[in-house]
Design a protein around this ligand. Structure first.
Ligand code: DOR
Length: 430
């Protein structure tokens, strides 16, 4: 099948492209990018005024299947991903059962192939049952396609255990993605420990509960040589630790979510909105500003959503009883465009590195670029589209976003995976 995208503003820092051009695709691969391209037979789209970038990848997503299909499943989660402009996601293993063996990896891959609207890369757990005690079947999971390891949702508490995880993972050239949380320090903490936790009368989740494990895991990266990826960084000092590790030349990368960039602990007011309850918690404005600096200066490698869908009845309860998590797939791109790209803090090139090129490199999955021969995964963006986040428009099963009602600019209009449209003019292609 041939596809010709006409008059697109193509941007890809991997190949130094930022110009208006046509893209010709055949059999899922880019054939040519250039001026005045034509084809004999196929689908032609006029994309003037639109930006086309290598397909976006969200390397931190909870699809909840198997086991929690009331919150989300692979069909609904990947529809939400396509609606948000993503051509691929990496899903976390805290499902029921936990993805700690090859059967789980195979199940998710098979469901994604059958019903998915984007590519789904599977992260296996580090420990059996996320208990932090016994290694999961890491080698077998790699053999069946797992791209990375993480106990996301929980920190691995024992340093010796984390060392074994990293020693073992390094044999397979797979990254260990670390959810940094010291349970002894965090306990039942609900919100960032400080003035706001005191005012709201809730137990605090101190910054140190995250930073101590970041420091530990960087030390273990140095000891084992295993690539380390710090998940959902939320504190300024945590960022400093990563910056120093990078300066030392260690194989350390890190990610941040839009909610940790653009929401602060002050957004949890006396409405006690449980949608604002996330793990790690929303931190201070100083933390947000430091993280934004890290996004701009290159210390932060990836923007991820930590898309964490929960049902209405999960979240419709006292703050202390609600589960942690916020959805993000359908708002992430526009939040970055509105808050960072449009005001001139972040170039499109850097946004593409953060949301497309770097996640693929960290996950060691096939590079996708706007060049002949590459797989035809594209995200088409209308940079001028203005819209208001409306819960009724989400394709996720869940609505637990902290951004409902926010006015945003920029939106994915079309998404192509292997040359086939999964989203066309803002609508899922069935
Ligand atoms: O807020 C969060 N929710 N953070 C996590 O690390 C896990 C996630 C979930 O699974 O709901």
């Amino acid at each position: 099948m041939a596809l010709l995208l006409k008059d697109c503003h193509v941007i890809d820092p991997q190949v130094g492209l930022n110009e208006t051009a046509d893209i010709l695709v055949r059999d899922g691969k880019i054939v040519e990018i250039g001026q005045n391209l034509t084809m004999e037979k196929g689908v032609e789209r006029d994309l003037s005024g639109k930006i086309v970038v290598p397909g976006l990848v969200d390397m931190h997503v909870h699809l909840r299947e198997p086991g929690y299909e009331q919150k989300e499943d692979i069909a609904s989660g990947t529809r939400a991903a396509a609606h948000g402009g993503f051509t691929a996601v990496c899903c976390m293993p805290n499902t029921k059962p936990i993805i700690d063996n090859a059967v789980g990896v195979e199940y998710v891959a098979a469901r994604a192939a059958a019903v998915g609207k984007c590519r789904v890369h599977v992260a296996g757990s580090c420990s059996q049952g996320l208990k932090g005690e016994t290694l999961s079947e890491m080698g077998d999971m790699v053999a069946h396609g797992a791209v990375a390891f993480t106990d996301d949702g929980r920190g691995v508490q024992d340093a010796g255990m984390m060392r074994r995880v990293m020693d073992y993972a390094s044999q397979f050239d797979r990254v260990v993605m670390s959810h940094c949380q010291d349970e002894g320090l965090v306990g039942e903490g609900q919100v960032n420990e400080g003035v706001v936790s005191t005012r709201l009368g809730m137990l605090g989740w101190p910054a140190e509960g995250e930073e101590i494990q970041i420091a530990r895991d960087i030390a273990l990266c140095r000891l084992t040589g295993c690539p380390l990826h710090v998940q959902h960084l939320s504190t300024a000092r945590g960022l400093e630790l990563v910056r120093a590790a990078k300066a030392e030349g260690l194989p350390v990368t890190c990610e941040v979510t839009p909610h940790h960039l653009f929401l602060t602990e002050d957004d949890i007011d006396d409405a006690y909105n449980t949608f604002m309850k996330v793990n790690p918690p929303l931190r201070t404005a100083e933390d947000c500003n430091a993280l934004i600096d890290g996004v701009v200066d290159g210390t932060i490698d990836a923007i991820v959503t930590d898309h964490a869908p929960h049902t209405h009845y999960d979240k419709d309860c006292e703050f202390e009883l609600a589960p942690f998590g916020m959805i993000g797939l359908e708002t992430a791109l526009a939040l970055i465009v509105t808050n960072l790209v449009n005001p001139g803090h972040l170039t499109w090139e850097r946004a593409i590195e953060l949301m497309s090129a770097n996640p693929r490199a960290i996950l060691r999955v096939e590079r996708v670029a706007l060049e002949a021969g590459s797989t035809a995964d594209f995200t088409v963006i209308d940079p001028e589209a203005t819209w208001t986040v409306d819960a009724s428009e989400f394709l996720s099963k869940a609505v637990n976003s902290g951004f409902i009602g926010t006015e945003l600019t920029g939106r994915a209009t079309d998404v192509y995976v292997g040359g086939y449209a999964t989203l066309e003019d803002g609508k899922i292609v069935e």
